[in-house]
Write a new protein. Structure first.
Length: 245
């Protein structure tokens, strides 16, 4: 049984949510989760000079397909927002923001870790949510099956929720539906939400590959097949599609 993380009682159907939507597998699944749950859902993406900037193009395709193929959700999908955060890419100098080999650093973190990225994303999302009158913010972070990024961990998100609510004098709820799911369970959540059509949409149109490769097709989607993001996605697909005894 899938038990996504949630910090609140079920919201009223009229409640609005803002989904941090990168165009990847995790955020696409979170978008479907929010559409299934909230009365209106807006999306937010960031252009920070990421090496895999192709993910931004995937966002529009996924939104269009959700509108066309999932009529029960079409009326709930609201505006999309994209913010430019070039300064983040300029400051970070990581393998995710420049052409460099992906490797582990001395501190044990992969050099794809962009320091402060999710902290900034959550802060800008909260500022937008404040202006738009949105209480619920949905993030696709996970500490069960991930690359070890400290800003994806549950304690970090809980601390951010406290800081944002104190600093903006409001009551945001930061939802992390994937926090305790591995990638196989994330695929199963997509199936539970939208059946085989949603699984196919996430597989074919979302993008996870750190190298931005959409020229190689695999059973789990497009990608180089060797970067950490591709390896996680492939492993999750293998677990999802494996026969269950």
């Amino acid at each position: 049984m899938i038990a996504p993380d949630d910090r609140s009682a079920p919201p009223a159907p009229a409640d609005k949510a803002l989904v941090l939507f990168s165009g990847g597998q995790d955020s696409a699944t979170c978008l479907a989760w929010a559409l299934d749950r909230f009365g209106q859902v807006e999306t937010l993406g960031f252009d920070y000079g990421q090496r895999h900037v192709v993910e931004l193009a995937c966002r529009a395709t996924i939104r269009d397909r959700l509108l066309a193929d999932f009529p029960a959700w079409a009326g709930r999908l609201g505006p999309d927002h994209t913010l430019a955060l070039a300064a983040l890419g300029q400051l970070s100098e990581t393998a995710l923001t420049r052409d460099a080999e992906i490797a582990l650093q001395a501190d044990g973190l992969p050099n794809t870790f962009v320091p402060g990225r999710n902290l900034l994303f959550a802060t800008f999302a909260a500022a937008l949510a404040y202006r738009r009158g949105v209480k619920h913010i949905v993030l696709g972070v996970c500490e069960t099956d991930y690359s070890g990024y400290p800003d994806c961990r549950d304690d970090t998100i809980k601390a951010m929720q406290v800081a944002l609510n104190l600093g903006m004098q409001t009551r945001f709820v930061l939802h992390t539906p994937l926090m305790w799911l591995d990638k196989a369970a994330t695929w199963r959540l997509a199936e539970a939400l939208g059946g085989a059509p949603l699984v196919a949409l996430v597989r074919d149109e979302s993008h996870s590959c750190y190298r931005g490769d959409r020229s190689h097709r695999h059973p789990w989607g497009f990608g180089c097949g060797t970067c950490p993001a591709c390896e996680l996605r492939a492993k999750g697909w293998e677990g999802y599609t494996a026969p269950h005894v």
